[in-house]
Design a binder for this molecule. Structure first.
Ligand code: NDP
Length: 248
């Protein structure tokens, strides 16, 4: 039976690219999305027309009830969950730390940190041999910002990705002998719509001169790292990170 991969935030950007590559590699694919139903359905239609089995489920990953509903929907689909890609993530307008209020911190941390924790919990409950599962892999989307700190842009976002790194390391050790590997991918400057949310759609082109490779990255280049970490080729790799940053 084909394994199931759940990709949160698969309606566009890195999540959609990961969904396309996963389908091409023989996974059943379930993507979740927050608001853009049409885009999520378009990704699903594209995957199905290429011969894959694919579904889309609306769920705000920061809402515990919606995450539980997402996984309940997943339980009703054919195929056993073997991979969770914690991809859904947000950032807000570029700002200095003294301009960041508690409401913004709660929004960013809720989606990026709480969302990843809740989805990881539900995946562990299904994949861990401790709970009767047959093992699997979790791949968390961190960011080069976890190392760089994103000064004058979004230190809150960078800190949320630092939390993802700590969760990756700790959870990897917790479930290492229960058949689950947990790893992270740290993308650098990737051409997606997330930069428009920060108020600068052209951010990658402005900053690409600071990238040793002198270019921004493509979502497909990040997807390759995610798929490798998810695969049996990475069978002895857990608690690790792949930088997809062009050397930055
Ligand atoms: P995009 O903004 O292009 O897409 C974000 C995706 O996440 C969309 O599918 C969106 O759904 C979904 N999403 C956002 N919030 C929620 C939520 N609360 N619940 C469920 N789904 C949600 O982002 P990218 O593809 O650029 O980023 C993907 C991941 O990679 C993120 O974690 C990001 O932090 C990380 N990353 C990206 C980098 C980059 O340069 N692009 C660099 C480093 C890390 P909808 O379409 O419905 O809004």
């Amino acid at each position: 039976m084909q394994p199931m991969m759940l990709i949160t935030g698969g309606s566009r950007g890195i999540g959609a690219a990961t969904a396309r590559l996963a389908a091409a590699r023989g996974y059943r694919v379930c993507i979740s999305y927050r608001r853009r139903r049409d885009q999520a359905q378009a990704v699903v239609a594209e995957l199905r027309s290429a011969g894959a089995e694919a579904w889309a489920v609306q769920a705000d990953v920061g809402c515990e009830a919606e995450v539980q509903n997402l996984f309940a929907e997943l339980d009703r689909l054919p195929g056993e969950l073997r991979v969770l890609v914690n991809n859904a993530g947000i950032l807000e307008s570029q700002a200095r730390l003294e301009q960041i209020d508690a409401a913004r911190l709660e929004r960013v941390l809720r989606t990026n940190v709480i969302g990843s924790f809740l989805c990881a919990r539900e995946a562990v409950l299904r994949m861990s041999t401790r709970h009767g599962g047959r093992g699997g892999a979790i791949v968390n989307l961190s960011s080069g910002a976890a190392r760089l700190g994103a000064p004058n842009e979004y230190v809150d976002y960078a800190a949320s990705k630092g939390a993802i790194d700590s969760m990756t390391i700790g959870l990897a050790k917790e479930v290492a002998d229960e058949g689950i590997r947990v790893n992270g991918v740290r993308p650098g400057l990737i051409y997606t719509e997330i930069h428009a949310d920060g108020g600068e759609p052209g951010r990658v082109d402005r900053l690409k001169g600071a990238v040793p490779m002198q270019r921004g990255g493509r979502p497909e280049e990040v997807a390759e790292a995610v798929l490798w970490l998810a695969s049996d080729a990475a069978a002895y790799t857990t608690g690790s990170f792949i930088e997809v940053t062009g050397g930055r």
